[in-house]
Design a protein around this ligand. Structure first.
Ligand SMILES: *Cc1c(COP(=O)(O)O)cnc(C)c1O
Length: 840
């Protein structure tokens, strides 16, 4: 493959060779630069080059994408639909190149534009931040694994014009700015107006104090406009679709004003209604109790079901076939209205009897629970249903009536049980309990790690587990090794491939074959070298983008995730203060230098979480500059945590902090990304961390703290005061913080933190775990200084991370919940070779 120079490529555009669909990738890129942007190749800005490269790539995958859809239409296999209010996709360009097998093109420099570094082009793509955290990232990993496993499937979500807010830090405080990620045209989406869905909503919309509100009265017809994104399976065979709905309004937009001749009013109302998919709610743990979020959920469900059923009817005569041809997975309760909406379609539109419709509904739908936090279980006011979708309320009430009759038959004379299990909560304002609706209306309820599924069954919804024992199951989460290892950590990926071949990319259990190499001195050397390279790369990036310097030989200790009390960033920073206090008391104490990286966003209304961010930054400010600790302890808060930052930091990490109060983290997925990248975990026995330690052996983990059982048992008598009074280091650290050492000019700002820890009972039990956490960190520091021991443990962690591929998770969903099988796509050899491989 020869590399044409820019002038030559430009000339060949001029001489009419436009018709060529194959040929040099460079030429296709140049063509897009010229005809989409009217610039010469050597003049393209990073953004223009990003668009041109992406469009050239999209041209190449279009045929495979269409062929995948045609083949699936023809073969009429069972299809899987993943409904999620969030897809935290991150960037798309590199991932699609790798999955199409074009990364060699990339590495060999065939797509390089001389005047720009490839990295600048990649970074001109904004993160698609259509999610808050783990739940949305899981959805993104799942659709990638579905495509890699060649399972006919589609993701359905919303096309938010503003994703999760952009976070900056000013004077230590979190500042939120809107993330207008679609400011520029996105080459990865294709609008499909011909497949528009129509939704009627029983309310109107208005602006109030700068916020969009749903208000009762009237009826609004909305259009769901599909925006499709290709989901490229690894190997480039199957290309599935992620369909995100944007809202539009019909031309005959029918607010009352229109018929009364108020054209301006009608147009204003139209613009208002079209704001429904404007923003993602930046809160995944406490319910955004707003009618608008409710309307968004309704919009997702009605558009997606209409689309799914239309496709089903296209290839199938008989409604009876629905559960054999369609599996719909509800990612948490956000799309749980699907239970009522599917019943509505089957009863009102298909004219099926209730019993038949119910059997088909339950057989088609399945539900994944994501949280054990009671305050995060969704409940919607009955009023919202009345206002937005009164027919779904009628149906939900009828589902409830029949369900409670069934409960009464199974457990007679147990009114308390009836009120616990009812879909309606009657205390004060009536609410619909969405988790109850989701469990009753689906054939499968799964948790996302073994301990989570167990607690769900035994504590959170035990009545339901008793009623429907066969519905409950576990599917431990996973992450895609393509993005999180192959793409994010090229050095380690190459080392692995050189050692055991490349089968691990699609079968991560292959990594087991690395285990014997933990005893191989040369391999340990190489392994440590890849880590050192990744750390150095991260340092260089950090310094060029922020000016911050960190010591690349220090321990990179990372806690990156949403800021939440249960995740206990506070425990981490308390421990940093313990270390600092030790240095203050004994400046000659020796331990390996450590850099503590924090990153994560706090929900804008979550005041304590935001105060924790402030504490981390203030502690950093003092410790990084105090001569007693400078160079030995460093605290770095990396602003605006997102997928791209995770891809950068995780390969460079030595230590993964997974320190939630046991029993509160459903699974965690960043824990898995760290493990694959050779970090050692310091963590509690919570979520999937338990299973990770089982795989790698507890001796290769740093586990500490109370178990979920101990947390529950000690709640009644737990006293944070006791720890303050009896543990010297705990007291010294807290005294130092609350003496104002870290907030000399800002008196009292950490008072809310003192109150939560010492006055209000320390619900998340930071003080209960602080001393065992500190002791475990001590041990960790000692082992770090023994390079061989550290490398051995890190290699064994990588070797035993195979279970945590989302391919394994999806294979389990497919066989145990969906009963779906792959539909292999055969591309004609000639076409396949020509249109995907960049050849001259
Ligand atoms: C993986 C990931 C998460 C989930 O992290 P947890 O530690 O499991 O909560 C959140 N945000 C981003 C950007 C991620 O990549």
């Amino acid at each position: 493959m020869t590399k044409p120079d820019a002038t030559q490529a430009t000339q060949s555009v001029d001489d009419g060779s436009l018709e060529r669909t194959s040929g040099s990738g460079r030429m296709e890129v140049n063509r897009h630069l010229m005809f989409d942007h009217l610039v010469l190749p050597e003049e393209g800005s990073p953004r223009e080059c990003f668009e041109a490269v992406s469009r050239a790539l999209r041209d190449r995958l279009a045929r495979r994408w269409m062929h995948t859809q045609r083949t699936q239409d023809r073969e009429n296999p069972k299809r899987v639909y993943y409904l999620s209010m969030e897809f935290l996709i991150g960037r798309t360009l590199t991932n699609n190149m790798i999955n199409l097998g074009l990364d060699s093109t990339l590495h060999d420099g065939h797509l390089h534009l001389e005047h720009l570094a490839w990295q600048d082009i990649v970074e001109a793509e904004p993160d698609a931040g259509l999610g808050n955290g783990g739940l949305g990232r899981l959805a993104a990993c799942f659709i990638e694994s579905l495509a890699t496993l060649q399972i006919p499937s589609m993701g359905y979500g919303l096309r938010y014009e503003y994703g999760i807010f952009r976070q900056s830090i000013e004077n230590g405080f979190q500042i939120e700015q809107p993330d207008h990620w679609l400011r520029n045209p996105d080459p990865w989406e294709i609008a499909r107006p011909r497949e528009t869905a129509m939704v009627s909503v029983g309310c109107q919309f208005e602006w109030h104090d700068g916020k969009l509100r749903a208000v009762p009265g009237g009826c609004t017809h909305l259009l769901g406009v599909p925006y499709d994104r290709p989901v490229v399976g690894y190997g480039g065979q199957t290309i599935n679709t992620l369909r995100l709905w944007g809202v539009g309004t019909p031309d005959y937009f029918d607010f009352g004003e229109f018929s009364s001749g108020d054209f301006v009013g009608a147009i204003v109302d139209r613009v208002v209604a079209e704001s429904i998919t404007r923003v993602l709610y930046p809160d995944d743990s406490t319910r955004a109790g707003q009618a608008l979020r409710f309307v968004q959920e309704y919009f997702l469900v009605t558009c997606s079901l209409a689309d799914i059923l239309h496709r089903f009817r296209h290839s199938n005569e008989d409604w009876e076939q629905l559960p054999e041809k369609v599996a719909i997975q509800l990612n948490d309760t956000h799309p749980a209205m699907a239970v009522a909406e599917l019943m509505r379609v089957l009863v009102d539109e298909a004219n099926l009897g209730w019993k038949k419709a119910w059997e088909l509904t339950v057989g088609t739908l399945a539900y994944t629970n994501h949280t054990l936090l009671p305050e995060a279980l969704e409940k919607w006011p009955v009023q919202f249903f009345k206002m937005v979708c009164p027919r779904l309320l009628e149906i939900t009430l009828e589902i409830n009536r029949r369900f409670l009759a069934e409960v009464e038959t199974r457990f007679p004379n147990d009114p308390v049980r009836l009120s616990r299990m009812s879909l309606i909560e009657d205390a004060g304002e009536q609410h619909i309990r969405m988790a109850n609706l989701a469990i009753v209306g689906t054939h499968s309820t799964n948790g996302v790690a073994q301990i989570h599924s167990d607690l769900l069954r035994t504590r959170v919804v035990s009545d339901f587990a008793e009623m429907f024992p066969h519905r409950f199951n576990n599917k431990t989460n996973g992450v895609t090794p393509r993005r999180w290892l192959l793409s994010a950590n090229p050095d380690l990926a190459s080392l692995i491939t050189e050692s055991i071949g490349d089968a691990w990319i699609v079968d991560l259990s292959e990594l087991r074959r690395l285990a014997p190499l933990a005893e191989d001195t040369a391999f340990r050397q190489d392994f440590l070298q890849t880590k050192q390279n990744a750390k150095q790369r991260f340092c260089t990036w950090l310094e060029t983008t922020t000016g911050q310097q960190v010591n690349p030989t220090s321990i990179f200790d990372c806690q990156v995730k949403r800021i939440h009390e249960y995740k206990r960033q506070l425990l981490n920073i308390l421990h940093v203060v313990v270390l600092y206090q030790r240095l203050r008391e004994n400046p000659s104490a020796t331990f390996p230098p450590r850099t503590f990286f924090f990153a994560g966003k706090a929900a804008p209304a979550y005041r304590l979480a935001k105060r924790i961010i402030k504490l981390i930054n203030n502690v950093g400010q003092v410790i990084n500059n105090d001569p007693v600790s400078a160079g030995r302890l460093q605290v770095v808060f990396l602003p605006n945590y997102n997928v791209s930052l995770a891809e950068r930091l995780i390969p460079a990490s030595d230590v993964s902090e997974q320190i939630s109060t046991a029993g509160y983290e459903a699974s965690g997925t960043s824990n898995m990304k760290f493990m694959m990248n050779g970090a050692l975990t310091i963590g509690t026995r919570d979520g999937a961390t338990i299973e990770m330690a089982q795989e790698a052996g507890e001796e290769n983990f740093f586990l500490f703290g109370l178990t979920a059982e101990q947390v529950a048992e000690s709640r009644p008598w737990y006293s944070p005061r006791w720890h303050y009074d009896n543990e010297l280091e705990t007291r010294a650290a807290l005294d130092l913080i609350f003496s104002g050492h870290f907030n000399r000019d800002e008196p009292g700002i950490f008072e809310p933190i003192r109150e939560t820890l010492l006055e209000q009972g320390d619900f998340y039990m930071h003080l209960a775990d602080l001393s065992s956490y500190a002791a475990t960190h001590q041990r960790l520091g000692e082992i770090y200084t023994d390079k061989d021991a550290w490398a051995r443990a890190a290699i064994l962690n990588v070797a035993h991370s195979g279970k945590f591929s989302s391919d394994r998770t999806i294979a389990e969903y497919a066989s145990e919940i969906w009963n779906a099988v792959p539909c292999p796509i055969a591309h004609e050899l000639k076409e396949g070779a020509n249109d995907v491989k960049a050849q001259d």
